[in-house]
Design a protein around this ligand. Structure first.
Ligand code: NAD
Ligand code: MG
Length: 392
């Protein structure tokens, strides 16, 4: 029995993780559920799974959650600091980090220091502080199990292989809803169009990241740290059907791929129950539904974010943290109709130029770097917003 804390239980990954838990009541026990503000769904989940503790970050909803769960022996906590505390609880073995953005970093550090294995969906944590997180994990002897489908694929391909035998990996990318389009087209797209991903249903932030290819850039950085690779060993290949989830190429030239339907429940199950593969009722792949699998080169001219992510990780130091923070601000501004699609890349690139380079930030430094980058990016949004509104 694995006893699990889900940070971000009400989101896309969180709710699918609970479907996995429903499928495997004999293997999975949910002990902690947390949400930013969706109190109604959090309470509904708590009444079904009866965890030891729930956390609602939005403190104004604490009383309502507490009252709604008063008939059950469930501890209710509120506020963001509670996340770092609750992950240390002796009742849990593993923490699934299914919350979005930089907010995942501190609870992940806290969980590792408490000796908990991590099922890592929150890729931003490794983008910002991958080197620190991986060395902390080895220091505390905890496993970091990837939930991201590409990284789960690579992880599965590496099972039974020695790390030295890897020549390179290929991360597959669907290309998103604007694959094949040029910058003129992207200049005029709406958020409704950007939120329509061809293959996956996900939270808003990662859906915009997928449309801009930033998601693949973040995944390149995530893969570098998870699998201890150089950037030259990581290639991106566009594969519009999202059936091959990624590939590993070995030094003898052999390629191993992991395939499946685009369904996050599979990589979630693999991470939660690793190394077991218990049977489930999830839909099976049918070759006749996919008579053709195709591949293309990513377009780094049009989708500047992927190029910027490569640039940030090559520079190293505080650059990936700046890239991530500026991207979070830019995506929020795009979703808020303040800026257009292409301005997102411009804001990230300018933020990376404006903030002085630091080669070796400490783990503690990342909080202030993140805050500084957000402030600079916000100022850039304010400037670009005026131009955008006039042009609109
Ligand atoms: P989502 O927006 O659907 O859900 C996010 C969850 O986290 C919600 O429960 C929300 O209440 C909580 N949350 C959000 N911000 C928070 C904060 N600041 N503090 C505390 N809680 C907060 O997001 P998602 O699509 O499930 O993605 C979660 C993470 O998993 C992201 O890092 C994403 O990149 C990664 N991921 C998602 C998918 C997917 O298919 N959705 C695939 C691979 C990786
Ligand atoms: Mg992915």
């Amino acid at each position: 029995m694995k006893r699990i804390a889900i940070l971000g239980a009400t989101g896309s990954i969180g709710t699918q993780a609970l479907e996995v838990a429903r499928e495997h009541p004999d293997f999975v026990k949910i002990e902690v559920l947390t949400a930013a503000s969706n109190a109604e769904l959090l309470v509904k989940q708590a009444l079904e799974f009866l965890p030891k503790t729930v956390v609602i970050s939005d403190e104004s909803k604490y009383q309502w959650v507490k009252k709604s769960l008063s008939a059950k022996a469930i501890q209710v906590l509120a506020g963001n600091n509670a996340l770092c505390e609750v992950v240390k609880d002796a009742s849990i073995d593993m923490v699934l980090t299914a919350l979005v953005g930089f907010a995942g970093l501190e609870p992940t550090v806290s969980a590792i220091q408490a000796g908990k294995d991590i099922a890592l969906a929150n890729k931003e944590t490794l983008v910002v502080a991958g080197e620190h997180i991986m060395s902390l994990a080895s220091q505390y002897g905890v496993h970091i199990l990837p939930v991201d489908s590409e990284h789960s694929a690579i992880f599965q391909c590496l099972t039974g292989e020695s790390p030295e035998s890897v020549e390179k990996i290929y991360l597959t990318a669907s290309g998103g809803p604007f694959r094949g389009k040029g910058r003129d087209f992207l200049a005029h797209i709406t958020k409704r169009e950007a939120l329509k991903h061809p293959n996956w249903v996900m939270g808003q932030k990662i859906t915009i990241d997928s449309a801009s290819l930033m998601n693949k850039g973040l995944e390149v950085i995530e893969a570098k740290w998870l699998f201890n690779l150089s950037i030259e060993q990581i290639d991106v290949i566009v594969h519009p059907q999202s059936i091959i989830h990624s590939l590993t190429q070995f030094k003898d030239g052999s390629l191993k791929a992991q395939l499946g339907l685009p369904d996050m429940k599979l990589p979630i199950q693999y991470a939660l129950l690793y190394p077991d593969r218990p049977a489930n009722s999830f839909q099976r792949f049918d070759f006749m539904d996919y008579p053709q699998l195709s591949f293309e080169k990513p377009d780094l001219e049009t989708f500047a974010n992927l190029r910027l992510a490569y640039q940030a990780v090559q520079q190293g130091g505080n650059m990936p943290c700046i890239l991530n923070a500026a991207n979070e601000v830019a995506v929020a501004a795009f979703l808020n109709d303040e800026i257009g699609f292409l301005e997102m890349s411009a804001i990230i690139e300018e933020s990376m130029q404006l903030i002085p380079f630091i080669l070796s930030p400490s783990l503690a430094d990342y909080v202030s770097i993140d805050q500084e980058a957000r402030k600079i990016a916000r100022d850039l949004v304010t400037k670009k917003k005026k131009v955008y509104q006039i042009e609109k």
